[in-house]
Design a protein around this ligand. Sequence first.
Ligand SMILES: Nc1nc2c(ncn2[C@@H]2O[C@H](COP(=O)(O)OP(=O)(O)OP(=O)(O)O)[C@@H](O)[C@H]2O)c(=O)[nH]1
Ligand SMILES: [Mg+2]
Ligand SMILES: [Zn+2]
Length: 315
Amino acid sequence: MAAGRGTASPEALERGRVVANHGRQVVVEDAAGRRIPCRLHGRKLAAVCGDEARWAYAHAGDDHGTVYALEPRRRTLERLTSGGHAEPIVANLTQLVVVVAPLPAPDWSIVDRYLAGAAWCGVAALIACNKAELGLPAVLATELDAYAAIGVATVHCSTRGAPGIEALATRLAGAVSVLVGQSGTGKSSLLNALAPEARAVTQEISAATDEGRHTTTHAVLHRLASGGDLIDSPGVRDYAPPLPAPRAVASGFVEIGQRAAGCRFQDCLHLSEPGCAVRSALAAGEIRPRRYDSYRRVVELAREFRERYPERRPR
Ligand SMILES: Nc1nc2c(ncn2[C@@H]2O[C@H](COP(=O)(O)OP(=O)(O)OP(=O)(O)O)[C@@H](O)[C@H]2O)c(=O)[nH]1
Ligand SMILES: [Mg+2]
Ligand SMILES: [Zn+2]
């Protein structure tokens, strides 16, 4: 089937999935697994990795095509831009995998914000601790145990030695997952280990700063032989998801959201209100101060957002 540029009607278009995104140029995978470079039709169309696309070859026999439309997105991972807008990163996900490692040293507030963002958009989340063959510093092991204790799944993996990638592969089977996290944690290395044909570029972290070099610049999706689809994404220096109303922030912090029902006031923000079950649990050592601090900072962000953009409705 081929539809010319001006003649493409929705029924005549093929279905495919955006598996890489380079601005106005994308790569679409068709039902047979072929990957076709496509341009986006019109200025308004903006695709992200994971989008379901309606596309057509420009002319019969062409090896490139045009994307004319995108299907409505489900479960989109978004980030809050400095201008206060929600920018989609990847679409139609089922699982977010936050990758941490002994080096670069984890920034746990980034991890907490990813977990909150996943909860708010209805995506399951998992923490993968890569480079585990190096051995885990006690502080890292303690944090991972604490996440496990509040019900966040954690898996240890390595692309260089034991424990390997099997436990991660098991978690990815049957899911559409995205690898996110700080630069240099080994996201692209994990993709290459799981899907060697991906041949994603990887790079040593900087010896001067012990930080990654922001090697990956675009999200890319690969099918795994072990099952599931995996999206590699660029490493971040910081991350904030689009913010809900301050009262809804607790739903992104599982151990805080669970206790909110015990608060005296229904609209308790768990900051300094009397009769607050969350503050009681914090005082009793049942909630970790570091996690509470992450929560408090996100509530502050959500309040600032409301003051700054009163016309924008929180989702
Ligand atoms: N020791 C050890 N090093 C690893 C492991 N996995 C990846 N690395 C190394 O970590 C460095 C960074 O790996 P990348 O895969 O480029 O990291 P990334 O997370 O994709 O980085 P960005 O694309 O910048 O976000 C490279 O030198 C990898 O060889 C591992 O399991 N153990
Ligand atoms: Mg990378
Ligand atoms: Zn409270």
